[in-house]
Ligand binder design. Structure first.
Ligand code: HGY
Ligand code: MN
Ligand code: MN
Length: 413
């Protein structure tokens, strides 16, 4: 029987998962270990069980749905992505790789295919950095790239530790059980929306990712002095927000100063206190995202931002606490896995191009322990991390078909 993706069912499931959100549709907000995230996990696990897969979870909530192969003890082939979503997001980021991965597996089972290597769908905990300030902590822990002390160290905005929050969500095991040995899997393939404009602009069906940019996050906390917006005159002020504003502009100029189009810098969070129109901000808290496909160039930008922040703080007579939350190396995808994706595209007549990923993904950490590659599908107008994020059912089905073909090739060897 020919390999076929059930496009209608996959679209329906993506819409159903998209409606599991802390905000009304079309807005998707599904922050790790919130009620919406737990409902979304339940939805996906039920579909995996219905598909005949064996489902298990690790102590941080990474979820594994396994199709046992005829040689169950040899390294398995894996696919997967995430279902958590930042506030005010769309319904395709991550979910295309989870539900598209599940449909790829179902499409193989419908043909009567029997894999030699087991095939496993992975749903990683917290790919997004929203709640604990660091992204991909589920896949980081699997790759041994995040010490288990993070369970106590990582705190959410309410000061709750990751350990407290995960246990309240029902994940109580010892974090030391999470790291995965390099022998356990032979390949990892992630299907994901491009989150950029290239594929749509070039009218290409599939992006075969060869490298993933290196993300870093700085947290800067500024302490000035508050006061009455009317009575305290300008020369006496130590306005924490204005220092933050200058630092945000320094982020932009440091990123542009490399002259490389691949360097990006964003101040995505800037909270001020006490947030009263007639009160001078005494505190500011910023989170800054800096990326580049060249890790060394990115680190030059981080150093430049830190120097500028110190100069601004001393000139404005405010104090500064500067914390580097993460500075990850860029990833190269495995040439063998990339070649399999190219063959799969050719087999199914999907047009393709090689490209880098400017967004990070769980593949960034899976590539530390497993030969890894990614499949991109077009994003309408390159939009993502917004409710109007969109990929067509045809594009999603083509991505899932290329994934299914690749999984069948990788699991029969
Ligand atoms: O920020 C990213 O690149 C990913 O979407 N978390
Ligand atoms: Mn995202
Ligand atoms: Mn994503």
């Amino acid at each position: 029987m020919e390999l076929q993706i059930d496009r209608e069912r996959l679209s329906r499931e993506l819409d159903e998962l998209g409606a599991i959100s802390a905000e009304p549709a079309p807005v998707v907000t599904r922050v790790v270990f919130t009620e919406a995230d737990l409902r979304g996990r339940r939805f996906v696990k039920d579909l995996c069980i219905e598909a005949g897969l064996e489902v298990r979870e690790d102590p941080i909530g990474n979820t594994f749905a396994r199709w046992t192969g005829s040689a169950p003890d040899i390294p398995a082939v894996a696919t997967g992505s995430h279902i958590d979503a930042i506030p005010n997001a769309g319904r395709f980021d991550g979910t295309v790789g989870v539900l598209g991965g599940l449909e790829a597996i179902r499409s193989l089972r419908r043909t009567g295919f029997q894999p030699r290597r087991s095939i496993e769908l992975m749903v990683f905990t917290s790919e997004e950095p929203t709640r604990f300030g660091i992204g991909c902590f589920g896949s980081r822990m699997m790759a041994g790239a995040l010490p288990i002390a993070a369970g106590d160290k990582l705190r959410d905005p309410e000061g709750k530790s990751l350990d407290d929050v995960r246990r309240a969500a029902g994940f109580t095991g010892d974090l030391s059980l999470i790291p995965v040995s390099k022998e356990k899997y032979s390949a990892f393939i992630e299907l994901h929306i491009e989150q950029g404009p290239t594929l749509e602009r070039e009218q290409v069906d599939i992006g075969i990712v060869t490298a993933i940019a290196a993300p870093a996050t700085l947290r800067i906390e500024i302490e000035g002095e508050g006061g009455h917006a009317g009575a305290l005159l300008m020369p006496q002020r130590r306005d924490a927000f204005l220092a933050a504003a200058e630092i945000a502009l320094a982020v932009e100029s440091a990123a542009k100063a490399t002259g490389a189009i691949d360097t990006v810098g964003t101040t995505g969070i800037c909270d001020i206190f006490p947030r009263a129109v007639n009160s001078i901000p005494s505190r500011a808290r910023m989170e800054i995202d800096v990326r580049d496909i060249d890790g060394t160039r990115r680190d030059v930008v981080l150093a430049s931002i830190s120097r500028a922040a110190e100069e601004i703080a001393s000139r404005r007579n405010v104090t500064l606490r500067n914390e580097l939350l993460n500075a990850d190396p860029p990833a190269s995808c495995d040439p063998g896995a990339v070649a399999e994706l190219e063959t799969a595209c050719q087999t199914h007549g999907a047009s393709y191009r090689f490209m880098i990923s400017r967004a990070y993904h769980d593949s960034l950490f899976m590539s530390l322990i497993i030969p890894t590659a990614m499949i991109f599908i077009p994003s309408r107008r390159g939009v993502s991390h917004r409710p109007d994020e969109y990929s067509s059912p045809e594009a999603i089905a083509t991505g899932a078909l290329v994934l299914a073909e690749t999984l069948s090739r990788l699991s029969r060897e």
